[in-house]
Design a protein around this ligand. Structure first.
Ligand SMILES: NC(=O)c1ccc[n+]([C@@H]2O[C@H](COP(=O)([O-])OP(=O)(O)OC[C@H]3O[C@@H](n4cnc5c(N)ncnc54)[C@H](O)[C@@H]3O)[C@@H](O)[C@H]2O)c1
Length: 271
C-alpha cells in the first residue's frame, strides 16, 4: 500500500547487495512511496547483475562509491544531484563489514588492522557521508539521514565481536553530527536498531540462526522483518517525523525492553 509519503523527494540508498539486503527492501518501499532514488554500493562489493535488477524495478541510477573514500562520496552526491535534478532529501546508510567476524577471529584476539578497516567501513563512513554532503550542501533543509545499527552497541553479545564497538561509534557519530546538521540545516540524523535479519552480513555472524531464534522468542511481537524496517525508514524519511533527530530507535518487536518471555522460561522449566 502506498501513501505517497515520499512524493517529490530524492534519496540515496546504499548497501543493496542482493534481494535479502535490508537496503533492497528500503529502496523498493521508497520507490512505492513516490521517491526518486539513486542506488550505491562499493564497486568491489557490487554484484552488478543483482543491483541492476533493483535499478530496473525502481527506475533508478546506480552510482558506485566506496563509502570510505571522500572522493567517491563527493562524486556520488554531485552525480546524484545531476541525475535526479536537485538536492537530496534522504539518505540510507546500510553498510556493515567486519573482517574479524568474516575470519572468525575471537574478540580478545582481534586483529587491529581488520578492526580499523571495520571502523572505517561501518562507522567512519557515516561521518564521511555527512561531511561530504555538508561540504557540497547536498541535502535539502529538513532532510533525513538514517543508519542501521544493532543492540550489541548497548549490551554485550559475545559473537558480535568488534562490530559491537563499531556500532557504538556509529551511534555516537549520529548524535554528534546530528547536532551540527540540525543546527545548520534542520537535517535529522538517526539510527534504527534492527532485529536480527537474514541477510549476507547478518548470516555471516557465528551462531546467527540460534540468536535469531532466541530474539524471536524473547520479543513479544517476534523479530521485526526487513520489510517492516523498510516501512520504518520511510516514516523517518517522510515529513511526518521532522523533529526526530540524534536518536537510536529500536525496531525489534519489543525485544530491547523485555527481560524474559514465557517461551524462554519454559525452555528452562524443571517441570
Ligand atoms: N542483518 C542483521 O541482522 C542486521 C541487524 C541490525 C543491523 N544490521 C545492519 O544493517 C546494515 C545492512 O546490512 P544487511 O544485513 O542488509 O546486510 P548486507 O550484507 O546485505 O549489506 C551490507 C552492505 O554493506 C556494503 N558495503 C561493504 N563495504 C562497503 C564499502 N566500503 N562501501 C560501501 N558499501 C559497502 C556491502 O556491499 C553490502 O551491500 C548493516 O549496517 C548491518 O550492520 C543488520
Amino acid at each position: 500500500m502506498s501513501y505517497n509519503l515520499l512524493k517529490g523527494k530524492r534519496g540515496i540508498i546504499s548497501g543493496a547487495l542482493d534481494s535479502n539486503s535490508i537496503a533492497w527492501k528500503v529502496a523498493k518501499r521508497c520507490h512505492e512511496e513516490g521517491a526518486k532514488i539513486v542506488l550505491t554500493n562499493a564497486p568491489i562489493a557490487m554484484r552488478m547483475g543483482e543491483i541492476k535488477k533493483l535499478a530496473d524495478e525502481t527506475g533508478s541510477e546506480i552510482i558506485p562509491a566506496d563509502a570510505t573514500s571522500m572522493e567517491d562520496l563527493i562524486n556520488l552526491y554531485s552525480k546524484s544531484m545531476e541525475t535526479m535534478g536537485g538536492k537530496i532529501d534522504f539518505i540510507l546508510h546500510s553498510i556493515g563489514m567486519s573482517v574479524n567476524i568474516r575470519k572468525n577471529i575471537p574478540y580478545e584476539e582481534s586483529n587491529y588492522d581488520y578492526f580499523m578497516k571495520g571502523i572505517d567501513v561501518s562507522a567512519m563512513s557515516l561521518h564521511k557521508m555527512l561531511s561530504a554532503a555538508m561540504k557540497l550542501d547536498a541535502i535539502n533543509d529538513w532532510g533525513s539521514v538514517v543508519a542501521l545499527t544493532y543492540i550489541a552497541a548497548q549490551r554485550t553479545y559475545p559473537f558480535y565481536t568488534d562490530m559491537a564497538d563499531i556500532k557504538a561509534m556509529l551511534e555516537s557519530i549520529t548524535r554528534s553530527f546530528g547536532y551540527h546538521y540540525g543546527k545548520k540545516k534542520n537535517v535529522r540524523v538517526n539510527t534504527i536498531s534492527q532485529s536480527p535479519t537474514k541477510t549476507t552480513a547478518g548470516s555471516g555472524i557465528k551462531g546467527f540462526e540460534d540468536f535469531y531464534n532466541f530474539a524471536d522468542k524473547i520479543s513479544p511481537m517476534g523479530n521485526a522483518s526487513a520489510e517492516a524496517c523498510a516501512d520504518y525508514c520511510v516514516s523517518l524519511f517522510s515529513d511526518l517525523t521532522r523533529m526526530v533527530t540524534m536518536q537510536n530507535l529500536f525496531h525489534d518487536g519489543g525485544y530491547s525492553n523485555t527481560g524474559i518471555s514465557m517461551e524462554v522460561m519454559e525452555k528452562f522449566s524443571g517441570n
